[in-house]
Design a protein around this ligand. Structure first.
Ligand code: HEM
Length: 287
């Protein structure tokens, strides 16, 4: 009789009777739903106030965009649909990018050569600006066009994600046995090393097949926010590296913790050291 008591059976029973982890999960989901519902109501009031006062300036965030769209029947999306959109994007888009950046900065700390190459690339790109040519380089806010040009940074973020994927487990079933981590047969003998150069051909970033680089999944369920995630991570990384040297606090334990996403069990403690003017000048080709 005992052979029928499988983990799936226990999980279903807990869900049915609202017990243990299932009870906690339900409570947590309700709290996130309430938060999202609150944001939606506040945004609706804000939009109707703008409409009443004929104000044209509107927010351009994702929720506002979805609020302005219509479903297949030409109706505005329901509050429940908007709530689920919010939930989906908070869940898939927040921790994934921030955890990837933690691993990225940790790898950078151990690979100063890579940090230097990124700084060199960033400075080379901003050197083309008129104000930087005139010596005003400190207040630079990177433009989308400039972020796009940062191939080496793109490669470094990709290599970090490939070594430490933010979404480490895939709930789908594999029909064949697959090894964990980066496989030597695909990535070469140095597969365990942090080496952005492996993504570059003649200095330009080359995409790897989604079936080799699985951090964003592949096929029809490919991450919808991939391009946005890259833009966001590169923008933050470039803005920090351009101004600061990030140094991990000595003896701070860095260990992965596997959950839905792969975060650092104790976070990443760092000290930021503002870059010297001479350090930046060295890489700016403004002559
Ligand atoms: C480093 C950052 C990110 C990583 C590593 C990542 C990874 C992934 C992975 C592995 C999946 C597939 C999950 C599955 O079906 O098993 C996924 C799905 C998804 N991601 Fe991302 N993601 C990132 C950032 C983002 C961002 C910033 C957004 C939105 C702004 C986003 C939106 C989504 C959505 C909506 C899906 C569901 C797609 C679908 O099922 O059709 N992701 N992501």
């Amino acid at each position: 009789m005992l052979r029928f008591v499988t983990p799936m059976y226990i999980w279903k029973t807990m869900r049915y009777f609202n017990l243990g982890m299932e009870k906690k999960l339900k409570h947590s989901i309700n709290r996130v739903d309430e938060f999202a519902e609150d944001v939606i109501q506040t945004r609706k009031e804000e939009l109707s106030l703008q409409c009443d006062n004929n104000m044209s300036k509107q927010r351009s965030d994702l929720l506002t965009v979805f609020m302005g769209l219509k479903d297949e029947a030409g109706q505005p999306f329901s509050d429940k649909f908007l709530r689920d959109i919010c939930f989906n994007f908070i869940l898939s888009g927040r921790d994934t990018s921030s955890e990837a950046l933690s691993w990225f900065f940790w790898l950078l700390h151990h690979n100063p050569r890579v940090e230097e190459r990124i700084l060199e690339e960033i400075c080379g790109i901003v050197s083309e600006r008129e104000e930087v040519k005139k010596g005003e380089y400190q207040s630079v806010i990177f433009r989308p066009k400039e972020i796009k040009k940062m191939d080496y940074l793109h490669a470094a973020v990709s290599d970090a994600l490939s070594l430490y994927p933010s979404v480490p487990a895939d709930q789908k079933e594999a029909r064949y046995f697959m090894k964990r981590g980066r496989m030597e047969g695909i990535w070469g003998k140095d597969c365990r090393e942090f080496k952005p150069e492996r993504w570059l051909r003649d200095g330009r970033f080359m995409n790897e097949s989604a079936y080799n680089f699985t951090a964003f999944n592949g096929g029809p369920r490919l991450c919808l926010g991939k391009d946005f995630a890259y833009y966001q991570m590169k923008f933050v990384a470039a803005s920090v590296i351009y101004r600061y040297h990030v140094q991990v606090v000595e003896n701070h334990p860095v260990v992965p913790k596997l959950a839905l996403t792969m975060y650092m069990k104790h976070g990443l403690k760092v000290n930021l050291y503002r870059r010297d003017e001479s350090e930046i000048q060295k890489y700016l080709n403004t002559n």
